[in-house]
Design a protein around this ligand. Structure first.
Ligand code: ADP
Ligand code: MG
Length: 586
């Protein structure tokens, strides 16, 4: 007798559940998507103990009749597609007909649904088996309750994280859906407490304001791009507002929240060299394209998609974001929010003006929406319109003093400036060096006495592979037997830097970047960033008046004078009006 047999439905469903239902958040995602597909205008999600004990999703959608209510739990039972061709033009969020079957296979489920004639159906299941089907009275809509998730799959239960972590996933999932569907009334409750409650919003910007606060929403930059094959719309954040967590970056493809490496890569490329490491930009980006240009049927949880013209999507996205960012790239941020904040004293009217805080505006953790009021002390970018380029034509920026041998105190027509001398020089050298390298005209300083450097195997390999790029950057390097190389020349911009250690550092970076499959422009950016950083004047270094003037002139002639190549700020402005206000002259 043969040893192969076809698995029973209940085993198949449990296998499918392994892919579709990873954690409580996956259940929430599937159920809410079903509600949206059913035309719901209001959805309430409530959960207990991070969703492990119980999840309930209630909607005011079209509901199901008795037959459908039972059929819905069958594997591959769907009302959304009929034929294989339909897979090429999916207009709904669900289409595989496996979510309910999968969820029911690993939990206790109760469904209540009605289409509007006052008579509804209740179906109860336990670990995939229908326990009861009853007629009930209820208004139109559907409620699905999922209790004791993974009660029959102990391994999976063990993989669940703490209640707080699972709740975080649920909250992020619901938040993303809230952003995707601004017109929806949506509520998320945990153990009876509301974590998110949003009314229908007329547009995306308003929705973002509801969730993340008006201060952030106001500072976002609109992104608009449209071409023959696709259209991009949404908002991105300024580099200075970047958050330490990734979940402020949200992509939607034809309305579906997705996590996509191609899109993320295009986003980082657009922000290259404007943000510190470990910070992630805010982005709410909606890509719309004809359904035959994207395959949504490539991931069990439908979280990933595949594009027909991936390269074109990538480039369009990068360009559109770049254009949006260009609007602020050159605006000098204000030093502080100096509107006198007052401390109330018991004795009487508030009297003490609080010292301005130099902190960056706090960025609220995502997925845990905060009331807008708790982080409203964001420093307004009062001089957002200032064009530093103009400064070089109009009255110059005048250095007044050097503070702590590290910062230049200066003034311009709008107020006082504080400039980080190292970051400023870095920015100047970076732009100059990058431009020279791109045009193949780096000025080389030949060494009177060539230097030999001993390199590790990895560094040597990187040097060999990226020899062209290093030559282009002005390093004249020759093999010198064994693991040594001889340096005959260095870029003039970095002539003061210890050449062997710089070369070693660049080779190390090239090796690291290669292993992460970075492309050639990324490699050049990185190497130029490092060289500029090494060559730039350091902090705790005294500068003459003339040196300060020269640096300021160079800085404000740069393309992006306000951030260093690593993305840290270079200059802050304290506007004149704020100074007058602080001293109560206005
Ligand atoms: P899919 O969404 O891929 O079709 P599901 O297993 O998620 O598969 O759901 C099966 C079917 O049950 C859906 O096609 C839909 O007809 C019906 N259904 C599920 N949830 C709801 C709901 N909240 N309101 C109305 N119908 C629903
Ligand atoms: Mg579904």
């Amino acid at each position: 007798m043969g040893r192969i047999h076809v698995l029973s439905d209940s085993v198949v469903n449990r296998i499918a559940a392994g892919e579709v239902v990873e954690r409580p958040a996956s259940v929430v995602k599937e159920l809410v998507e079903n509600s949206i597909d059913a035309g719901a205008r209001a959805i309430r999600v409530s959960c207990e103990s991070g969703g492990v004990r119980r999840i309930a999703v209630e909607d005011d959608g079209q509901g199901m009749d008795r037959d459908d209510a039972v059929l819905a739990f069958e594997r591959h039972a769907t009302s959304k597609i009929r034929r294989a061709d339909d897979l090429d033009a999916i207009g709904t969020l669900g289409f595989r007909g496996e979510a309910l079957a999968s969820i029911a296979a690993v939990a206790r489920v109760r469904l209540e649904t009605a289409t509007g004639d006052g008579v509804g159906t209740e179906v109860e299941l336990d670990c995939g088996t229908i326990r009861s089907v009853r007629e009930i009275g209820r208004g139109p809509g559907t409620t699905i309750e999922v209790a004791r998730l993974f009660r029959n799959v102990p391994v999976r239960r063990k993989f669940l994280r703490s209640e707080a972590t699972e709740l975080g996933h649920v909250a992020r999932t619901v938040t993303r859906i809230a952003v995707a569907e601004p017109q929806l009334r949506l509520r998320l409750e945990h153990d009876g407490r509301a974590l998110l409650a949003v009314d229908p919003a007329p547009a995306l910007g308003e929705r973002v304001a509801q969730i993340y606060g008006r201060d952030l929403a106001r500072r976002l930059l609109p992104v608009e791009w449209s071409g023959a094959e696709f259209r991009l719309a949404g908002f991105v954040g300024r580099p200075a507002d970047a958050a330490p967590r990734r979940d402020g970056t949200q992509f939607f493809v034809n309305g579906r929240p997705v996590q996509d490496r191609l899109l993320s890569h295009a986003l980082s490329a657009a922000y290259a060299n404007t943000m510190p490491a470990g910070r992630y930009p805010w982005a709410f980006l909606f890509l719309h394209l004809a359904s035959e240009l994207v395959d949504v049927n490539v991931h069990p949880q439908k979280l990933e998609v595949r594009f027909r013209h991936a390269g074109a999507v990538h480039d369009a996205l990068r360009e559109a974001i770049h254009a949006a960012l260009g609007l602020v790239r050159t605006a000098v941020p204000t030093l502080v929010d100096l509107r006198p904040r007052t401390i109330a004293t018991a004795a009487g009217p508030p009297v003490v003006a609080q010292l301005p805080s130099f902190d960056r505006p706090p960025v609220p953790p995502l997925g845990e929406p905060l009331p807008a009021a708790s982080w409203s002390a964001v420093a307004p970018n009062a001089c957002g319109a200032a064009q530093p380029r103009r400064l070089t034509q109009g009255p110059r920026v005048t250095p007044l003093a050097q503070y702590d041998e590290s910062y230049i105190v200066a003034s311009d027509e709008q107020g006082l400036l504080l400039v980080d001398q190292h970051a400023a020089h870095e920015r100047v050298l970076f732009e100059r060096f990058l431009a020279e390298a791109s045009d193949n005209r780096v000025e080389v300083q030949r060494l009177m006495f060539p230097l030999t450097v001993e390199l590790s195997a990895a560094e040597n390999l990187a040097l060999e592979r990226d020899a062209d790029e290093l030559r282009r950057l002005g390093f004249l390097v020759e093999p010198f037997g064994g693991s040594s190389v001889r340096i005959d020349g260095v870029p003039a911009l970095a002539a003061e830097v210890d050449a062997p250690s710089l070369l070693r550092e660049l080779a190390g970076e090239a090796a690291r970047l290669r292993s992460s499959a970075a492309d050639a422009p990324a490699l050049r950016h990185r190497l130029v960033t490092t060289a500029a950083c090494r060559a730039a004047i350091k902090v705790h270094h005294a500068l003459s008046q003339a040196e300060m003037q020269r640096l300021l002139d160079d800085l404000f002639a740069a393309d992006s004078p306000t951030t260093c190549p690593h993305g840290r700020p270079v200059v802050f402005r304290l506007p004149h009006a704020e100074i007058e206000r602080a001293f109560r002259r206005r």
